[in-house]
Design a protein around this ligand. Structure first.
Ligand SMILES: *Cc1c(COP(=O)(O)O)cnc(C)c1O
Length: 457
């Protein structure tokens, strides 16, 4: 029976998912395994357990269990800010004059301001259960570092964050939120690690990159007793934890008998998109239903739309395992005028494989058009969106405009991953007309591609 649909569909606490959905279990062609960079053999549990908590290493390698129970302690934490609302964007539809029905899943309702807390709390829980003292990590725009700091303080763990230098300087308030939660924050590259010192020697004026901060955080984790490394995107375990986004969205839509025609999400390392599409893609893979999926990435860091599908290094220092993914090369650094996140050079292996199989589409968008969409959305829907999330807004609006032309009443679901309160410098640039679009040339890309290893596998 169809009911009239409210602006916000809230689920009951009891409807919070009890298990995460492991999308890989539904894939016939599995994502390629992580390789040991020395032996070029798939990483073993033992090897991965030196870097990650053992339970998380197991999750990383598990491509057969369709569902993995969410520990009660993690569910209890989720209850403080979940289930997250699914919003019917009536105001946006009206403003656009579109017959499309637009829904968004809002993940900005927590202090960290993004979906990253969904995985941070899981990773901190497993670290605590293993009796560790703390974890290390990197953060780019700062959302992941904030989320992990919150999760660590909840479980009484130490948290060492390597923050990309340019963000450390441009986002002092992000830094202070992390310190409020007790984290130790170091700008990267730093002289606290071998790789940091090496990079600083070679490039003394570098403003840092995610790939470099990852190398530093991993180096510290593997060389410090009682520490492991935590990563906020790209890995299979992170996509797994983020499946709560999609599971809740699907439960909410099912309640009202609504089925999305197209599911849209921004893609940096791919974790929110992987989580949002998880239950829908699982149905598609089982032949139970069909959906379109669109990954949206910045034109300045176009790993899916212009990258190569190959085994590549995950970090600048080449200390991490090799992953098969759409990549721009681990040495690729997006143009400095690119604001906000989504700057990672590669894409999670799960989404890479789905894209290679033609099960998902990808689109790249330029940043001024992203901020136009962000501002439009803020004015009609009230929420000030994160620049990353606004990539999805851009394409959702474009799809809704197409429906206006064709008269199709499509149902669009997109992920609104976070709020943009810490991104006002970027908004300021946009308002002052100082924002520009940089699209890497073929030459720029060729430089990055030259760093992809030729493995002759
Ligand atoms: C980190 C982040 C992203 C991109 O990361 P994914 O792993 O691709 O999801 C998108 N939106 C927000 C708000 C973020 O903090």
């Amino acid at each position: 029976m169809k009911r009239e649909i409210p602006y916000k569909i809230y689920l009951d606490e009891k409807e919070l998912p009890k298990s995460w959905l492991n999308l890989r279990a539904f894939m016939q062609n599995k994502p390629a395994p992580l390789l040991n960079p020395q032996t070029l053999k798939p990483m073993t549990l033992e090897e991965l357990s030196g870097v990650f908590c053992t339970e998380l290493a197991k999750q990383e390698l598990d491509d057969t269990s369709p569902y993995i129970p969410i520990p009660d302690e993690v569910r209890d934490f989720y209850k403080m800010y979940r289930p997250a609302p699914l919003v019917r964007a009536y105001c946006l539809e009206k403003a656009l004059g579109t017959p499309a029905k637009i829904y968004y899943k809002f993940e900005g309702n927590n202090t960290s301001g993004s979906h990253k807390l969904n995985s941070a709390i899981a990773q901190a829980y497993y670290a605590k259960r293993q009796g560790l003292q703390g974890v290390t990590t990197e953060t780019g725009a700062g959302q992941w570092g904030t989320a992990l700091s919150m999760a660590c303080s909840y479980f009484g763990l130490d948290c060492k964050v390597y923050m990309v230098k340019v963000s450390y300087e441009q986002k002092p308030f992000r830094r202070e939120v992390m310190r409020t939660y007790g984290a130790n924050v170091t700008p990267s590259p730093s002289n606290t690690t071998n790789i940091g010192r090496k990079i600083l020697e070679e490039f003394p004026n570098t403003t840092g990159s995610l790939g470099c901060a990852i190398s530093e955080a991993v180096e510290v984790a593997v060389n410090t007793d009682g520490y492991r490394y935590a990563l906020g995107s790209v890995l299979n375990q992170v996509l797994l934890h983020q499946s709560v986004i999609g599971l809740e969205a699907k439960t909410a839509m099912d309640k009202y008998g609504v089925k999305p025609d197209v599911v849209i999400g921004c893609a940096g390392g791919g974790s929110n998109l992987g989580g949002l599409i998880a239950p829908f893609m699982a149905e598609k893979l089982q032949g139970k239903a069909d959906y379109r999926f669109i990954a949206v990435e910045p034109a300045s860091c176009p790993s899916l739309t212009r990258g190569k599908y190959a085994y590549d290094y995950c970090d600048t220092g080449k200390v991490c395992p090799l992953a098969k993914m759409y990549t721009l090369g681990s040495g690729f650094i997006p143009s400095a005028n690119h604001a906000g996140g989504l700057r990672y050079h590669g894409m999670t292996s799960t989404l890479s494989e789905l894209y290679a199989q033609g099960l998902m589409e990808a689109r790249s968008v330029e940043q001024t058009s992203v901020f136009e969409a962000a501002e439009y959305f803020a004015r009609v829907e009230g929420i000030l969106p994160a620049p990353e999330s606004s990539h999805a807004i851009r394409v959702a609006i474009d799809e809704a405009k197409k429906c206006k032309e064709t008269g199709e009443e499509k149902t669009i679901l997109f992920g609104l991953t976070g709020t943009g309160y810490f991104d006002m410098v970027a908004y300021e640039k946009f308002h002052n007309g100082e924002m520009s679009d940089y699209i890497p040339t073929e030459e720029d890309l060729a430089k990055g591609f030259a760093g992809i290893p030729d493995l002759k596998l």
